[in-house]
Each structure stands twice: as C-alpha cells, then as structure tokens.
Design a protein around this ligand. Sequence first.
Ligand SMILES: [Zn+2]
Length: 648
Amino acid sequence: MRKSFLFFSFLILCFSAKAQVELDEIVGAEKKHFLRVHKSKQGGAADNSNVIYQRLELKADPQINYIAGKVTTYFIPASVISTVEFDLKDSLRVDSVVYHNSVLSFFHTSDILRCNLSVAIPSLQTDSIAVYYQGVPDASGFGSFKQTVHDSNKPNVAPFNTPVIWTLSEPYGAKDWWPCKQNLSDKIDSMDILVTTPDSFTVASNGLLVEEIHNGNQKTFHWKHRYPIATYLICFAVTNYSVYNHYIPFNGDTLTMTNYVYPEHLAEAQSQNVAYTAFMQLFDTLFGNYGFSREKYGIAEFGWGGGMEHQTMTFQTGFGFELTAHELAHQWFGDKITCSSWSDIWLNEGFATYLAGLCYEHVAPQYWEVYKWQKRNAALAEPHGSVWCDDTTTVGRIFNSRLSYAKGAMVLHSLRYILGDDVFYRSLKNYQTDVNLAYSFASTSDLQHHFEAESRKDLSQFFQDWVYGKGFPSYQITWSQNFDNIITATVNQTQSDPSVSFFEMPLPLHLKNGTHDTTVIVPHHFSGESISFPISFLADSLIFDPQQFIIWDTTTTVVRQPAYDFSFFLYPNPVKDVLQMRLEATQGGKAEVKIYNTLGQLVLNNTQEFTAGRNIVALDVKNLLAGAYRITMNGAGKKVTSSFIKTN
Ligand SMILES: [Zn+2]
C-alpha cells in the first residue's frame, strides 16, 4: 500500500492549486440539481412492494434529445396488491403496460404511473410488469437527462461539437427519464441496462459491460449490475468516448478501472492513473474492501461542473485530486451504504469530504493541515446549525456545504481524535460490513452504535453536542508553570449557539520551548475547570490544538500567567560560577538582591530589574568562598528568602 505512495511528488504539484476551490464546485453541482428536482417531489409512487430486479432497454441517440424504452420490473408485494405504481414524469408518454402478456389499463398523472392489475397479487409472490414509454425528458434547469455537445471549447481539437447525453438523478431525477421507484428505503437488488445507440457512439453505465450487439448501424451496449443499488445512483452516458482500462493491484488480485473519457481529454485522464490507484488502495485499507470488486470502478466524463457518485461509474468533469477522491469515497459512504433519510445526508457528504482529506494526509501530506484549516474555517463561518439536517424541506439546508460537508468532516476528525486511529477505523470497517447496513441504508444512530460497540464508550453526549447540537465552542485558556514544572491551565468555554450548554471534549495542549516540546491531552468537564499536570521542562509557550482536532472558534485565547505574585527559584544548586535565578512576578519593578554567608555577613548586594511574568537573572558567584549562603530578594512589596551551596 505505502509503496505506491512514493510515486506521487509530481502529482501533488499538479493538484495543489485546485484544491482550494474544489469542494465548492462539488457541493455546487450536487445542490444545483437538487434545487431543480426537489420542487417536484410531492407524494411519490406507493411503496407497496420490494423491487428485486429491473431491466432497462432504452434507445438514446446523443444527437437527439429523446428517449424511448421498455422497463421491466420484478417485485415482491409486501401485502396483497391490485395496483403497481411508478414515479414517471408526465412529460413522457406511456405507450403500454404489459403484464403476463396482457396489456393493462393505467393512469399517468401528477408524475405517477398507476398500473391496474387484472388480478390481485398475493403478498410475497414474485411478479413482474413492463412499461413501454418514450418522449422528451424534462429539459428545464440543469437536467437529470442532458443532451448537449462536448469539446466545443477546444476549436483546434477535432471532432467539434460531438453530441453527448448523460443522466444525473440524485435524488429525485430518475423519474425524468425512466419509470422507477424513488425512495431511500428499497434498493434494487440487481439490474440490466441495455442502451441502443448509433454505432459511432459508446455507452457508459453501472456494473459490467457484458455484451455489445451490432444491428445494422445501431449498437446495443448491455450493462449488468449485480449489487443492490439506490434508484438515484443508476446512470448512463453516451458519446464518442475513448475507453481505457487501468489495473489497480488489489488484495492480491487486480481491480479493473474502466474509464470513459472524451477523446480530447484522454491523455489528461491517463496522467492521473497513479492517483486512482493510491486513493482506491487507501480507502480499501482503511474502510474495507471496495464493495463492487466483482465488477469494476470507472469514471465517465460528463459536462457538468463537479461529479456524481453513480455506483461503479462516477461521472466527473475533469480529474482533479479532491473531486476524484470525494466521488470515489462515496462508493463506500453513499453507495454501498446510503443515508436512510436526507436528514442523515452527512453520512454521505461529511464522509466523502473527510475521505478526500485523508487522501491529502496519506498521499500529499503537506496539504493536510491546510485542508483541515479550510474545512474548520468553513464550519465556523456562521455561529449556528447542526451537522444533522434538521430541515429537509429546505434544499439549501440539506446540501449545506458548511454543515453537511465541512462540519460533518471535522466532526469525524474529532471522533477519530477521541477514539484513536485503531478504534476509529475498526468501527468504520464494522459499519461497512454490518449485514443490516451494507448494500442498504443507514442512519446516524447506526453509525453511533458502531463507534460505541468498538470503543465501549457512551458517545451519546458527543453526538448530542457535535452532530445534533448547533454551533461550536470558544475557549479562554490561562496557564502557568510553577518551579516544580507543573502546568496549571484554567479553561473557560463559551458556546456560539444556546442549543449546547457545554461541549465536552478532551483538550490537546502543546507545550514547548526552544529545544523541547510535548502534547498533553487533558479532560475538560466544565467551564472554568482548572487542570494541572507535570512536564519535564520549562515551557515558553502553550499552543491549543495545533493539529486541529476540534472545531473551535477563532476568538479562542491562550494567556500565560505568572505562577506566583513574586517568587524565585535558584539553579544550579550547588553552584560553582553562575547562579541562575528564575523570578516570577505579576508586575514588573526593581528588586534588591542580598547574599549573606553563614556568619550573617553581607557578601553581595545589587539591584535587579524585572518584568511581569517570567525573568531569568544570572548572578556571578565564582569569587565567593565555598560554603552555604542565604539570599534575599526584596521587591514588589515582598521579601523572599532562599539558600544555596557554593563549591570550588
Ligand atoms: Zn458528494
């Protein structure tokens, strides 16, 4: 795994410049589509049966904005049913509905196709129904079914203005182009997708391409997918793709990555092969096997800014570091396990954002601190709001880049910090392999359960504060170090939102001087708590959370205070030549220093200036005779006494 990371220096340079803006592009793309389709989500087809298989047989010519097809659905009714419903836009025309070789009557209105069965079907009896339809898919806005051209902005690269069609259905756009069931409760257990197109074009889709069937000047691409899939993750795209395979060493075997790229971008896509390998191997190591390894992974280029994590076939515009990492991460978090409601969208987006950061941490570590800093700053942009989405009627709230993406990612980083890497990654591997969640849906409480089971910790307070609670803390830290090198830190906390009265979180305190440093993690139970611990050296400074484990406001302050009103400490003792005096005072001033021998005779008398805080004063004592001495210091209205031994 690690070995392959050695090849990355050139790649890092290519990607660094774009890293700053990529998350906004990703979020923008995901949200824009949602904005268009969410308005039409009213009601939806009755969910009275379990869809076990669908076969899409479609005709799509990228030169024409049109679709025609037959969709056969196999299902198991949950109860006795006499109708079967599908989500399908009214703008598409249903030609016929066929059931057991008979044509059924149907109603198609309000974007729902209701098929009236000739006889009721008993519960748990597998049955099937076929819908023949055609039309111009809804073309408003950005489009879940988009017919356009590519390479139009590269006039020197032929061919010009090549037609292309792509689909992008998240979350409610599938019904724009095929009769389906749009929900977050029932994955389709397996699919076949057959798309017929003029033979100068190539079709990309989910799963494995098992057959290309020539028929005159037409060609049918038969894609087979044998993993459960959420409706919004089904896709196809068709244009004059250049197709190439890239082979990724994988668990002693090889995973085939099949990419469909515009011919004018083939070299650019291939130049990133080393990144695809590194990201895939990293996620596979950290989170368990790539969930669709019996088939493939692939990227199909499309023309819309950002990307879409279609299962086994991500659609991307470009091949940037963060975009590629983010969309690949969704294969684990979003595709293999899909959020069970839009309130839990952070289980998709917070994870994908965090995993893109992990690619920096492992592959381009010089950008890891910057990435965390960016995400934390994004989370701090406004004082309110929770990671868990508390308003799914508001589109902008669901795909809120600050909360669902950036804050979600940094909360995961905090969890990793308090649990440790081993427990954190083991919990997520367990989550990924949970038979109730894998290839199905998960909620935030499912995730919490896995972290708690592995860590044997009650994380309800953590989730309440950081996932469901709103806002973030600001810390006010004062600290001092006494002459025994014991650090005492008093930590106050305020909160940006009243929904959380106190953010409980262990605090990483980094202490250092010119030659030594250490990080001590201390518990913090209440605002105003005073915490003491020893270190082995005299610290110059305390830095709070330098590795950015915690989301804390930039109003946070760290102030060193003197450990004493007016006191000093001598070293070395015994001393031969120069006696060092560490003097601490709350206010600056002058002090009279006197040294007496055992006979009470004054042998040294001088005046020292000192400042508020810590002072180091050197006294030349090499001319004193060997023996015991008493030293007094008179300043700041106080007189302090100590003693030392002079040696030869
Ligand atoms: Zn995403």
